[in-house]
Write a protein that binds this ligand. Structure first.
Ligand code: NDP
Length: 245
């Protein structure tokens, strides 16, 4: 872990923030990306105050040029990129019949295109250096269907399939690019703030109130995957509250 250069998208809150602090505490050099720079600045300051290294830059993962720019920032600041944690995501869930078609498009854009843009940005460096680690956040909604999560879950099923194809292709091509996909259940973050449908907000709110656990649990799993020896891929983790059925 020591001195690994790790880009984290969606680093301004929740799982991204917790992971940035966990990895920085283990000696990784962190490159923080998200839209809210005031939050990123504070997190970078917290990391530095604790003796770690971090830089940050505003990015919208739906814009390919912002993804290219964060890779450039990593290289300019620390000389290389070892890993990217594709974590940015939104979850404005609702039943299909509510026809929140704008939110459907936003979920596809952030949760799918955001992942593709991040991979496209780091792939040339990883291919050239014949190493690199790509970690992405799916969801338990990417493993099983739940009412209300048709589009959100669909974006997360995409992440699952994409990451597994990427793992197999990298192995066959001998590029030594490793992957890890996380499937979190209820984790207490700002994610529920993206829900606009009152019924969905109430249902999800109750679930998280009953079961939600801290995002630092996910951060520890990311650290575990990153810390495995170069010849080993731990490709999938389902992580959630022990009490959540
Ligand atoms: P948060 O809402 O706390 O964090 C989401 C992060 O994504 C924020 O940092 C936000 O930053 C960023 N983000 C959103 N849109 C964009 C964008 N267009 N460009 C760049 N960054 C963006 O929620 P979580 O920490 O929970 O979410 C992290 C990931 O975990 C998501 O992919 C989510 O789907 C997944 N997940 C979460 C679960 C949970 O229970 N919390 C369960 C399963 C999966 P900003 O607004 O500053 O851009």
């Amino acid at each position: 872990m020591k001195d690994k250069v790790v880009i984290i998208t969606g680093a301004s809150s929740g799982i991204g923030e917790a992971t940035a602090k966990e990895l920085a505490g283990k000696g990784a050099k962190i490159v923080l990306g998200a839209r809210r720079t005031d939050k990123l600045r504070q997190i970078a300051e917290d990391i530095k105050a604790a003796g770690g290294e971090a830089v940050y830059q505003a990015m919208d993962v739906t814009k390919p040029e912002d993804n290219d720019a964060i890779v450039k920032l990593a290289k300019d600041s620390f000389g290389r990129v070892d890993a990217i944690f594709l974590n940015a995501g939104i979850m404005p869930v609702s039943n299909v019949s509510a026809l929140k078609t704008e939110e459907w498009k936003q979920m596809v854009d952030v949760n799918i295109n955001g992942v593709l843009n991040g991979v496209a940005a780091v792939m040339p460096s990883f291919t050239e250096q014949k190493s690199g680690h790509i970690l992405a956040v799916s969801s338990v909604a990417g493993l099983k269907a739940y009412p209300g999560t048709a589009i959100y879950g669909g974006t997360k099923w995409f992440v699952r399939d994409f990451m597994e194809c990427l793992r197999m292709e990298s192995a066959m091509e001998g590029t030594n690019i490793r992957t890890a996909t996380l499937y979190p259940a209820a984790i207490n973050t700002e994610l529920l703030d993206t829900i606009t449908d009152p019924g969905a907000a109430e249902g999800m709110g109750g679930l998280y109130e009953a079961f939600g656990i801290s995002p630092d649990r996910i951060a520890k799993v990311v650290a575990f995957a990153l810390d495995m020896p170069e010849d080993t891929t731990v490709s999938e983790f389902t992580v959630g509250p022990a009490k959540q059925p």
